[in-house]
Design a protein around this ligand. Structure first.
Ligand code: FBP
Length: 249
């Protein structure tokens, strides 16, 4: 198995995601959070295990942080401007990511989309290439598309998506929460030896967000890859500390 030690602490993962400019556009940002330096500072001071960036941001902002916070480069993406079946196009190669200093690569797979077979093929190529270079692959295993519409957070569909992530070679699977500990446990079981991290989602009240994280950890999740609930918080370092306590203590 690929070595995960460069992007983990005690086998646990705390990742700060910041690929929202592409996925959602500027609506997620304020003047402060629009600046990648603001996010990179939170990643360092909040003691995250890695920060997740698209290649353009990594190229222009990451070099002063190289020895301070490991980088995961997101290799594919899409905007939310286009309707219809989702497809996340490959935008960066594993080699380019390594040149940028990446210690891991990220990839979204929309399970249930009409385009899933294309994404499976492209993702499989990424896992083979990354593993040949000992680079771990973090897979956003998101059920999405008309075939799974309304069932995106169901136990069965999330468990199926986790299984697909394992079978296609993902090392860490970024999954939505299934809504309760028992259902989430089933999702984690289906991921087998792949690790599951929970995704953050829309900004919530701090206590609701932390309760869900606690439940996810109870269900066997190995950490979190979070964006908005940290960098949209009034005190990002405070909530980072709370996350850290839940995951590592
Ligand atoms: P959040 O914690 O802010 O939800 O970030 C996680 C994430 O997966 C990002 O990496 C990505 O940009 C975004 O959510 C995708 O959101 P959506 O589910 O709207 O496609």
């Amino acid at each position: 198995m690929v070595n995960l030690s460069k992007i983990s602490s005690k086998g646990k993962f705390m990742f700060l995601a910041y690929d929202h400019g592409l996925e959602h556009g500027p609506k997620d940002f304020t003047i402060a959070t629009m600046d990648p330096n603001y996010i990179l500072d939170i990643a360092v001071k909040g003691k995250f295990n890695a920060v997740i960036l698209q290649k353009g941001i990594a190229e222009k902002y990451y070099s002063p942080y190289k020895n301070k916070i490991p980088l995961i480069v997101k290799l594919n993406g899409k905007t939310n401007l286009v309707d219809g079946e989702p497809y996340s196009a490959p935008l960066c190669t594993v080699d380019e990511a390594i040149k940028l200093g990446a210690k891991g690569v990220g990839y979204t797979v929309y399970v249930g989309s009409k385009f899933e077979s294309i994404m499976f093929k492209e993702f499989s190529r990424v896992t083979s290439e990354a593993h040949s270079k000992n680079i771990p692959v973090i897979a956003w295993m998101y059920p999405r598309g008309s075939a799974v519409s309304g069932k995106e957070n169901s136990k069965e569909i999330l468990a199926y998506s986790a299984r697909v992530g394992l079978e296609l070679g993902g090392d860490i699977l970024k999954m939505h929460y299934a809504g309760n500990v028992n259902d989430m446990r089933w999702v984690v079981k289906n991921a087998g030896r792949a690790k599951v991290v929970i995704s953050g989602g829309l900004k919530e009240r701090e206590e609701d967000f932390l309760k869900e994280l606690k439940d996810a950890i109870k269900a066997g999740c190995a950490g979190i890859a979070v964006g908005r609930n940290v960098w949209q918080a009034k005190d990002p370092l405070h909530i980072s500390g709370e996350i850290r306590k839940i995951i590592l203590e």
